[in-house]
Write a protein that binds this ligand. Structure first.
Ligand code: HEC
Ligand code: HEC
Ligand code: HEC
Ligand code: HEC
Ligand code: HEC
Ligand code: HEC
Ligand code: HEC
Length: 385
């Protein structure tokens, strides 16, 4: 059901003071879009429908343990299509009041469909896609084809958070529209909408700039990180020499940049990267590569005589959920920070048994429900001499 922009505009017609408000709003929207565009440049991550592809079922023939494990990772679950079987209990049957807009939202489930309605907009709209596994947040993206057949979206202004509460979507706090389609959230262009799917899917086949939703593969799966898999399967089936690309043979920077394709790369930030910019914490791969530990890793030789290596997979198994136990991560630090072995220096402010993360990789709140881990490992609070 395409939302009718004209209808909402009609509601505003004739009210002069509202026109003034809209001009102010437009400037505000332009400013925020500009700011967002600067910090989050969208990346093309979308393939033409004719690109050869391969099913995950093929991987399971030879790597069944990894395939099973990966299904429970946040990567695999980062996008949900609402169907009869996956009606989102996080929203269904609930209401949320956005105090600053004096606006109520209602979510209902009927016959395998989830809808949102609000007094700010005349129609009930279907929610077909929910972004985020729920580890940090879940945000509906309302999508439709406009009359020209091109595809648009609205990032909904309300999200579900792991404390069980609904709250304002991160980044949309400054929304001011309380009437019309924009009351529902932040309108996204066709390109931006496709990019949302691009980073949250294994494959987004497109034809003439339109997503072929019947062929989409939601969630980040094997072939999104491991490239040229048809060739790998051919080689392995025919007993040929393996030419598969290995992350362990990339430089640490190349390996981090592969994750940074979605987690963002430092060179995309379009400006200097400042220590006091708290928004960087959301982009692990941007902060991490600023750390002296990352930059000076080649100076260190480990106990086994091998050169040290420090990249994302030192702490994250890309096929499994994140380790929540701090001592697992501290052990990674202590491999290098070991003055006794003449490697990198020990801490001058705490013991080797303490939780290094609490001071050197702290949790940074982004809003009242959500925090990110600051991956820029550094001294934050130096003792005065
Ligand atoms: C017919 C069996 C077979 C199939 C099917 C298969 N693999 Fe493999 N794979 C292997 C074997 C054997 C190796 C070890 C060869 C090597 O390390 O070069 C391997 C190695 C790998 C590696 C190791 C790279 C590294 O860093 O050591 C990755 C990644 C991988 N496969 C991914 C996949 C994915 C993704 C799929 C599904 C698209 C898949 N494989 C399908 C047999 C298979
Ligand atoms: C195709 C895009 C994409 C790529 C490539 C990617 N990620 Fe992610 N990653 C995501 C998305 C989307 C999420 C959010 C998952 C969710 O909804 O909770 C995520 C979440 C994560 C999380 C948080 C998981 C948790 O337990 O909450 C970690 C850790 C992570 N990614 C590490 C990596 C590493 C390491 C790499 C590189 C080997 C990588 N990612 C590559 C898209 C990507
Ligand atoms: C450049 C790749 C990229 C694009 C484009 C992108 N995302 Fe994400 N998204 C990620 C990654 C990586 C994560 C996990 C880390 C994080 O939270 O930023 C994530 C996390 C999320 C989450 C989980 C909550 C959270 O904040 O961790 C939601 C919800 C989400 N994205 C929605 C969207 C929507 C809606 C769009 C389009 C407007 C979008 N994303 C565009 C890469 C992307
Ligand atoms: C988020 C990116 C990402 C996704 C998704 C992903 N992998 Fe991997 N995979 C990696 C990275 C990075 C490594 C190298 C890990 C290392 O060196 O410790 C790896 C290593 C491997 C290996 C060799 C090492 C091992 O653990 O045996 C295999 C086999 C493999 N992946 C198969 C798969 C399969 C099958 C899937 C889908 C179910 C998959 N991967 C999904 C990033 C990913
Ligand atoms: C020294 C260990 C370490 C390294 C290296 C590391 N991380 Fe993390 N990461 C963590 C810890 C600890 C957490 C928080 C786990 C928890 O929630 O308890 C985390 C959490 C995350 C999350 C979830 C959101 C958040 O900020 O809490 C993402 C996404 C992530 N890491 C991505 C990455 C990427 C991408 C890289 C490589 C650039 C990377 N990490 C390198 C330790 C590490
Ligand atoms: C690959 C080896 C390696 C790993 C792993 C590693 N570091 Fe480092 N770290 C270094 C090196 C090398 C330096 C630079 C030492 C110097 O300046 O002499 C450094 C510097 C530091 C500094 C000083 C930074 C500053 O601002 O001057 C701190 C704090 C630190 N590391 C903490 C940690 C913590 C906490 C972890 C685990 C989360 C960790 N490191 C993991 C190698 C490593
Ligand atoms: C209670 C907070 C706290 C904890 C916990 C902590 N550190 Fe530190 N660390 C600091 C402070 C503060 C400094 C700077 C001290 C100074 O300026 O004299 C520091 C300095 C360092 C340095 C730089 C030393 C030098 O000589 O340049 C390293 C390396 C380091 N810490 C590593 C670690 C590791 C590894 C752990 C976990 C085993 C850890 N820290 C735990 C607060 C902490």
């Amino acid at each position: 059901m395409p939302p009718d922009l004209n209808e909402s505009r009609a509601q505003l017609a004739g009210l002069k003071w509202l026109a003034v408000a809209i001009v102010v709003l437009l400037i505000a929207v332009l400013l925020t879009t500009w700011r967002r565009a600067r910090s989050v440049p969208p990346l093309p991550a979308v393939l033409s429908a004719s690109t050869p592809r391969i099913s995950e079922l093929r991987c399971a023939e030879c790597h069944s343990e990894i395939v099973t494990a990966q299904q429970s990772s946040p990567h695999a679950r980062t996008l949900t299509r609402i169907t009869e079987r996956s009606i989102d209990e996080h929203f269904a049957g609930r209401s949320f009041h956005r105090n600053e807009l004096s606006l109520q939202f209602h979510y209902e489930a009927h016959g395998g469909k989830l809808t949102v309605s609000t007094p700010g907009y005349a129609r009930k709209l279907p929610i077909e896609w929910v972004f985020g596994s729920g580890t940090h947040a879940q945000t509906p993206l309302l999508t439709w084809l406009n009359d020209k057949g091109s595809f648009s979206g609205i990032e909904h202004g309300v999200s579900w958070y792991p404390d069980g509460q609904l709250g304002v979507t991160l980044g949309l706090e400054e929304q001011t529209a309380s009437v019309g389609i924009e009351a529902l959230g932040h309108p996204r262009s066709a390109a931006e909408t496709i990019n949302c799917f691009g980073c949250h899917c294994t494959l987004v086949p497109t034809s003439d700039g339109r997503i072929l939703f019947d062929q989409i593969e939601p969630g980040v799966g094997c072939v999104r990180c491991h490239w040229n898999m048809p060739q790998h399967v051919r080689e392995m089936e025919s007993g040929l020499t393996s030419t598969i690309e290995k992350f362990s043979r990339m430089t640490p920077h190349e390996s981090v940049d592969r994750c940074g394709e979605c987690h963002r790369r430092a060179d995309e930030m379009g400006g200097p990267i400042e220590k006091d910019d708290r928004s960087i914490a959301r982009f692990a791969s941007v902060g991490f590569v600023q750390s002296p530990c990352f930059l000076q890793q080649s100076e260190i030789t480990l106990a086994n005589g091998q050169p040290a290596r420090f990249d994302c997979v030192s702490c994250h198994d890309p096929h499994r959920p994140t380790q929540r136990d701090w001592s697992f991560h501290s052990a990674v630090c202590l491999k290098c920070h070991d003055t006794e072995q003449h490697r990198a220096p020990d801490c001058t402010a705490a013991t080797r048994e303490s939780n290094c993360l609490s001071c050197h990789m702290p949790q940074v709140p982004s809003n009242e429900h959500l925090q990110f881990t600051d991956h820029w490992i550094r001294i934050r609070d130096r003792k005065q001499p």
